[in-house]
Design a protein around this ligand. Structure first.
Ligand code: ADP
Length: 162
């Protein structure tokens, strides 16, 4: 059987930075589940179904990618999918400390599943969902930062005449 990876995150919404990580992960693993974390404690702009729809729309040409969601512990979800690995993207040094903590904790919970980090493409090193939402709120141009389906969805969330 092929190698299975989970690419977890909030994806509120998916950006070109995420998409780059997903595409590169999908070249290495036989199957990649992009898994939207259903986290009640965060106040998302898009609900889980909307986030999944957007991810589906922009990954439809990658045959080994499947979009899903989960709540609770990532390692339990990964085990339920029989995953071999978790894929995370790494941007600046600031990501490192948080990811080290998260990965170390996940290893305590399950030491069979490895976490793999993919270094961000330089052009996306500053890019995050929150920055994209902030710019979109003030109707700035984000067409280079997100896929066009996401750009449209953000435009309708923040109409110019409001
Ligand atoms: P989380 O809330 O778990 O950080 P995100 O949706 O913000 O979820 O990010 C999911 C994953 O994608 C994380 O591993 C994050 O580091 C990575 N990521 C986000 N933006 C970028 C980017 N611009 N370049 C590379 N990786 C990124």
């Amino acid at each position: 059987m092929g190698k299975i990876a989970i690419c977890p995150g909030s994806f509120d919404p998916i950006t070109n930075g995420h998409l780059d990580i997903i595409k590169r992960g999908a070249k290495v693993f036989d199957k990649v589940y992009v898994a939207v974390l259903d986290n009640m404690s965060k106040q998302p702009l898009f609900n889980v179904e909307e986030r999944k729809e957007l991810i589906r729309a922009v990954t439809q040409d990658i045959p080994n990618v499947e979009v899903d969601s989960f709540h609770g512990l990532l390692m339990e979800y990964a085990e339920s999918k029989n995953a071999d690995a978790i894929i995370r993207g790494l941007r600046a040094i600031s990501d490192f400390e948080y990811e080290l903590q998260l990965t170390s904790m996940n290893r305590v919970l399950n030491d069979r599943i490895e976490t793999f980090f993919i270094m961000t493409n330089n052009q996306y090193s500053f890019l995050s969902s929150s920055i994209v939402k902030e710019i979109a709120k003030y109707h700035g141009d984000i067409s280079e930062l997100v896929p066009s389906a996401v750009n449209e969805a953000l435009k309708s969330r923040f109409p110019v005449n409001c």
